[in-house]
Design a protein around this ligand. Sequence first.
Ligand code: TRP
Length: 329
Amino acid sequence: MSKKKGRVFSGARPTGRQHLGNYLGAIRNYVELQAEYDCVYCIVDLHAMTTLDQLHRIRLNTAEMALDWLAAGLRPEETILFVQSHVPQVTELHTILSMFTPLGKLTDLPTFKDKVRLQPQNINYGLVGYPVLMTADITLYKADVVPVGVDQESHLEFAREVVRTFHYRTGRQVLIEPQMKNTEFPKVLGTDGKRKMGKSEDNQIELALTPKETEKVVRTMVTDPQRQRRDDPGDPDVCNVFTLHKSFSSSDDISMIDRECRKAGIGCVDCKNLLAKRLNEHLQPFRERRSELAKDPQYVWEVLEDGARRATIVAAETIAEVKAAAGLT
Ligand code: TRP
């Protein structure tokens, strides 16, 4: 690896085709960070197993997600893109680090309590150890910086504590205490204008849609509920169509809509058509690259295999150091 500012690691669950929320909240940052850091991006299939009941989806979701990331600009010649379970050392490190983790810390985490509330019928052991596995991800690859949203802040703080405990108890500084890089983007709402955009909510706008499909979903978007008729003035500040314009349209478009919506000079249909047009313009290069890459269904798997091979070189070294520090050799 070339020497840049340090190493970035981030992980995401295999959720299949990516949507505008993934793009604005994560993918854009992943792409940009490549200029300054050596980047390692991981599709965390083991983490996904803690909540998934449809295990057969993991493979297809992994391929679709990786394809979107590559089409969006991840450069596999420099960046390591791989699947978590393809580098089994992470499970070994997870087990070792678990011995340095007080159980009460894990069960106290708000993220764990949320899961208990969300899936009371499936409070599995993996769910409790989720942050330990995440700590193993980050430290196995000696990451300096971890770009995540605020919802992961408690996990990052936890990871730093485990690293400190490991160093203190073994007396050896072999791991790196990772820094969190807050890449928070204001929550992207779905087409319902209410809940966070997500596949499980079925309110997403996928990047890989065709222009026609994009127009169609954009037309279903919920706008200012106070604006019932074409002649009613609207309030762009409560309209999610306007919010998306702010990410994808020119400043001229944005000020025009802001002005005209308030005096009913522009209707919701016009406003949505313009959004679909701007989205389609913005996403055209992405879509061209995606269909180019998709012509060879093996391509994604070759990239992931090569990524795992390169990740293993780093992982094997770290595991050897950790075991030596822990007195296991
Ligand atoms: N917990 C993260 C999430 O749900 C995913 C994740 C797993 C991760 N391992 C990671 C993120 C390591 C950053 C670093 O979003």
